[in-house]
Every structure is written in structure tokens, then in C-alpha cells.
Design a binder for this molecule. Sequence first.
Ligand SMILES: O=C(CO)[C@@H](O)[C@@H](O)COP(=O)(O)O
Length: 231
Amino acid sequence: MPITEVPAHLRAAVDAAKEKVAALHAELPRWELVVWTAGNVSERVSNPDGDDLLVIKPSGVAYDDITPGSMVVCDLEGNLVEGDRSPSSDTAAHAYVYTHMPEVGGVVHTHSTYATAWAARAEEIPCVLTMMADEFGGPVPVGPFAIIGDDSIGRGIVETLSGHRSPAVLMRNHGPFTIGKDARAAVKAAVMVEEVARTVHVSRQLGEPLPIAQEHVDSLYARYQNVYGQH
Ligand SMILES: O=C(CO)[C@@H](O)[C@@H](O)COP(=O)(O)O
């Protein structure tokens, strides 16, 4: 049964998600992860009484014009539930991730320069920095080439990241998609994947970066994910 309007019991949660996701969009230009209208952020709105919803950016809207009121609400089929603009052109991908990865609460897509350059080569970013062990638990993987317009991008994200420690995937010839427990965590992963893509790129200009032993990757990841305080 398609959802044609936001259920009353989700109204407050949807409005809170609109405020949060609108504010998080400002982080993409702030960290220089996007140009013009590229990129998008979404967050799941869990529905204990039925199908979840997602809140996402309206398609093609300038970042300066993104407000809580401009955000769009869709069901997990990608159908519009609330909003006066078309949802992001990546809505199907976000929705597919939420449907097939129930632990994911936020999805981000950017075209950040260094991560996208790695995606253009379809080359994973090797785990040669302790920061990568912390945040990604190993290399940042590459996902398949996928044309926008159906759920092929979403399928590529899910096939690559399911069971993988990394919250980021470099979709071949396209750019990074990141996931997290909520939209803020996915935005953080987008910031971090661009940072490590740049650092490893710079390092490789002067030689071959040295790998980190798996045992050290594992212990760094465990510490960062379970002990290190992030607020
Ligand atoms: O990369 C793509 C599509 O995959 C861009 O068009 C995307 O970054 C921005 O599109 P939207 O404005 O979110 O519709």
C-alpha cells in the first residue's frame, strides 16, 4: 500500500530529520566535497508501525537554497510522499541501501575530487594510514560502474559494503557513496574518505606507501570504533 502522506505518528520525527538533513547538506560545500548542485544527503525515518521513510535533498537545488522546508520525503521504493520538488536523482540508490541494509540510517553521495579520482581508476584506496584503519578498518573498496536511473547504483553499494568494515565505497567512474548509523555519521565518512584519498594520493607521488599489518589495522579499528570518544 503506497504511503501518500506522512503518518501522524511520524510527523515530529520527519520534521526533525528535515532540520538535521538540511543542516548537514551545508557540510558538503564547507568541506569542499561538492561543486554546484552535486551531491546529496539522506536519513532514514524509522516507522515502528510500518514501512520506513527517508528524507533527502530536492534534486538540482543550490546548497544556499536548501532549507528544512525544501527537503523531500520518500518511501523506500523512492516514491514521493511529501515535498514540492522532485527528490534527488540518487533517491533510488539511497532507498535501496535502506531497504537492504537495515543497520544504515544515513547515506551521502559526493563527487569529492580525490576520492572521485580514485573511482575514475576503479582503484581501491589501500589501508596505509592509521586514520584509515580507525575509520574504514581497511581499504576503501571500489563498486561497479552503474548508470543512474534505477536501483543499479544502490545494488552496487550494497553488494560492495555488505559485510565490509568500510562506510565508504568508490563507485567506478562516478564517486563516493558513504553510509552510517545516521546522516551525520555518513557525512563524517564522506569527509574522511576525501581526506585519506588526498593523503594517499600525495604520498604516492614520492614513492609507494607502506602497508599496515592486519593485526594493527584490527586493533586500531577496534579502539577507534569502541573506545575513542567522538562528540
Ligand atoms: O551524481 C549524480 C547522480 O548520480 C548527481 O547528479 C548528484 O550528485 C546530484 O543530483 P541531485 O541534485 O541530488 O538530483
